[in-house]
Write a protein that binds this ligand. Structure first.
Ligand code: GLU
Length: 381
């Protein structure tokens, strides 16, 4: 893939989500947050904002890392509640450090802490968007992290790569730039293989790419390369390129955004999914799974049909109507997600049956469709 193509894409970019991993912000010698690294990155971001007129949203990790150091605890063996306590302490240090570094350059920051639950609710998702827009209009740079102290498994993003990918849609960004403690995606793990080669451009996140990513790791943060690939996928289907570059190498941000150089560039899908469909397919966490027969899968994929009860073979999970579910083919793979019109126990009664039997089986009928086409998104890649 040519450098011109990258530069062409960069031309149109106005708003960038920059994700800075814990591994980048960590001093690496157990001394916790590296304020020097943070200062350097803030300097680079301010330069770029000034001369390319980019607007930047930061997704910054490092709360647990900074907090555990401040509390003299070893990060590796902490229980979840202790990690949450570390995050509460470390987040103060993190945001204060960003605030001071940006203030020194005449820039104000605003902190937004999110749980996945916040953006699973459509109204709160839209509220977060409005806040973000107001911050931009006021010239304030949003600094985002997961609200680790409040988040438990069910409402967690899991890692900040996932959070950053979702923020690209909340913030209406044009690029997701992930600063990592490695230079990008390699064809094998560079920590284990000295002849590993950097993959410069990825136009299709296929099984080979996922396999390669599954093997590499990052030590300080939660997300290894695998979570970065999932993040890239989430952003790319929304038409947003993702770029993984080194956050450790000096001037890597400028080299990337000014010259198009460095790292691994994931080219976006040309056909972008609409915002609401992106929210359904790539932001909501599915609460259950529906196993479909081949006929129903074909009708959904090839003919753009809604999902009817007749094609459902098996219902998995407990969910209410209005929640998101995964649609699984007979090969066991997810190919779509959608907002379901019936509760799981209702689907148990009507699965495999024709829509004109719903009323007799349930005693009422809310909808013919189990998932209406407008609420259904193909996710298979
Ligand atoms: N939110 C976590 C923190 O600030 C980091 C999650 C991650 O490393 O991806 O410590």
């Amino acid at each position: 893939m040519s450098m011109e193509k990258r530069l062409g894409i960069l031309e149109g970019i106005k708003r960038v989500v920059i994700k800075i991993g814990s591994g980048v912000l960590s001093s690496g010698d157990g001394r916790g947050l590296s304020v020097e690294t943070l200062e350097r990155l803030v300097g680079d971001i301010c330069h770029l904002e000034a001369d390319r007129r980019f607007q930047v949203v930061l997704v910054a990790s490092g709360a647990v890392m900074a907090g555990s150091r401040m509390l003299s605890l070893k990060q590796e063996h902490l229980s979840i509640p202790i990690k949450q306590a570390c995050a509460a302490v470390g987040q103060v240090k993190l945001i204060n450090s960003f605030d001071a570094a940006f203030a020194g350059r005449g820039k104000k920051v605003g902190q937004i802490l999110l749980t996945h639950d916040d953006i699973s609710n459509r109204r709160r998702y839209l509220n977060a968007r409005n806040t973000m827009t107001s911050l931009f209009n006021l010239g304030v740079l949003p600094v985002i992290n997961e609200n680790d102290s409040a988040a438990v498994h069910e409402i967690k993003f899991g890692d900040n790569d996932t959070l950053a990918a979702m923020v690209t849609s909340i913030a209406d960004a044009d690029l997701l730039l992930i600063l990592s403690d490695v230079d990008g995606l390699f064809d094998s793990d560079p920590n284990k293989n000295s002849s590993a080669k950097l993959i410069e451009d990825v136009s299709d996140i296929d099984d080979d790419i996922k396999l390669i990513a599954g093997e590499s790791s990052s030590t300080t943060g939660v997300g290894g390369m695998k979570s970065k690939i999932i993040a890239a996928q989430t952003a790319c289907v929304y038409g947003i390129p993702t770029w993984i570059i080194s956050g450790k190498a000096k001037d890597s941000i400028a080299r990337a955004l000014r010259e198009g150089k460095g790292g691994t560039f994931f080219h976006p899908r040309e056909k972008k999914v609409a915002r609401r469909k992106h929210w359904i397919g790539h932001i909501l966490k599915p609460s259950g799974r529906l196993l479909l027969d081949d006929g129903a899968k074909k009708a959904v994929i090839d003919s753009g049909k809604s999902l009817l009860p007749s094609g459902i073979k098996h219902v998995d999970g407990r969910f209410e109507s209005g929640e998101s579910v995964s649609l699984i083919g007979e090969d066991g793979k997810e190919f779509a997600r959608g907002l379901v019109n019936y509760h799981a126990f209702e689907l148990e009664k009507i699965k495999g049956k024709r829509s004109d039997k719903i009323e007799a089986l349930l005693g009422y009928k809310s909808y013919d469709e189990v998932i209406h086409r407008d609420d259904l998104v193909l996710t298979g890649f």
